[in-house]
Design a protein around this ligand. Structure first.
Ligand SMILES: *Cc1c(COP(=O)(O)O)cnc(C)c1O
Length: 346
């Protein structure tokens, strides 16, 4: 009983093309495919995005960069967000990977090893996660200017709320400090930032989750679908409980179905007693705690026992699931289908 996670590569391409058209005329649309392309398969996704027209790619680690280098044509740019580490000197030099330098230490290591290569710097405009602090920029500005600075990067903290006042403050900080490097390209917006306003686009946008359907926008298409097979059904009487801890107890007679998917497959336990699977358009409530490999749902209201129910599809997207689980669509997507068989649709 293999369970399949269907990944629509054609919709990933359409999402990239839409963002490319939506962004300002001279803005490059790149693609963030860290963490194995958000769990969807870096090789397949990078190939599709290259075909759509993307020529630059962002990953988090050197290992991820080495992995996508294998399948991308030479004429591509790969940026490594976590930056430069001397241990990876050989890979950076031989594969022409572009490090996103996040600190004076990373800058010094890079200059010692590879000072003629292209690089990017990240400016910390408020997140206090990675990036040069603003005083460090002033201190190292002259050194940076004499090297091959390809791109200046900033990252917004609050783009998911377009009206939040931090966005404007960080936009101004980014402008002010990136103006120290007038001859380099600039990039501020990830997926949500793209939709705040085109003032946030600069020379390059860096969408990740939007490529995979993880933002609510009528032009962004869903990419992932999952149907789970029914393994067994039970007739229950009032007073019967379901699952670990018996957190659901029947008030009336019910018929329930147990399906092959659990929190190991990305059906987080937060969906227990609040989430749904679907039979066509009919919701079937999840009853009791979700187990590692199994989930039990109410099918009392269905006319027959279906072979499968839909976990992700037309009636439920990763955005809907992120609302139910009170998280973001990134986290839903990355946990999906690790042991399901991946089926790519073109
Ligand atoms: C992950 C990441 C992105 C992509 O973010 P999405 O919200 O998935 O579009 C862009 N820039 C940086 C620095 C990131 O870490």
């Amino acid at each position: 009983m293999t369970v399949v996670i269907k990944i629509n590569l054609s919709n990933i391409k359409k999402n990239w093309l839409y963002l490319n058209k939506f962004s300002k005329k001279n803005t490059e649309t790149s693609a963030v495919i860290k963490a194995n392309a958000y769990g969807l398969g870096a090789h397949e996704v990078a190939t599709a995005l290259w075909e759509a027209g993307s020529r630059s790619f962002f990953v988090a680690t050197t290992e991820e960069a080495i992995n996508i280098d294998k399948i991308l044509p030479k004429y591509r740019k790969i940026y490594v967000l976590n930056g430069y580490d001397k241990k990876n000197k050989k890979a950076f030099n031989e594969l022409d990977l572009i490090p996103v330098l996040n600190s004076p230490d990373q800058l010094n290591s890079f200059v010692e090893d590879s000072k003629n290569k292209n690089f990017c710097i990240q400016i910390d405009i408020g997140m206090n996660r990675l990036g040069f602090q603003l005083d460090q920029i002033y201190k190292h500005k002259d050194c940076i200017k004499n090297l091959n600075l390809d791109l200046v990067l900033g990252h917004l903290t609050t783009a998911i709320n377009p009206k939040n006042s931090s966005n404007k403050i960080q936009l101004h900080k980014f402008k002010e400090f990136s103006n120290n490097f007038p001859f380099s390209k600039k990039s501020l917006a990830a997926s949500h930032g793209i939709f705040i306003d085109n003032k946030y686009h600069f020379d390059l946008i860096r969408p990740g989750i939007a490529l995979f359907g993880g933002i609510r926008n009528s032009n962004i298409l869903d990419v992932v679908s999952i149907e789970l097979p029914v393994i067994q059904t039970h007739f229950l009487e009032p007073g019967d409980g379901i699952g670990y801890g018996l957190t659901y107890v029947c008030k009336e007679k019910k018929r329930v179905a147990t399906l092959a998917g659990g929190y190991a497959d990305g059906l987080t336990r937060n969906f227990s007693n609040v989430g749904f699977l679907y039979h066509n358009k009919i919701p079937c409530p999840i009853l009791g705690k979700i187990s590692m490999d199994l989930v039990t749902v109410d099918i009392s209201h269905l006319n027959q026992v279906p072979e499968k129910l839909t976990f992700l599809g037309q009636n439920q997207s990763i955005n809907d699931l992120s609302d139910i689980a009170k998280t973001i669509s990134h986290e839903i997507l990355i946990n999906l289908g690790n042991r399901f068989s991946r089926h790519y649709v073109n």
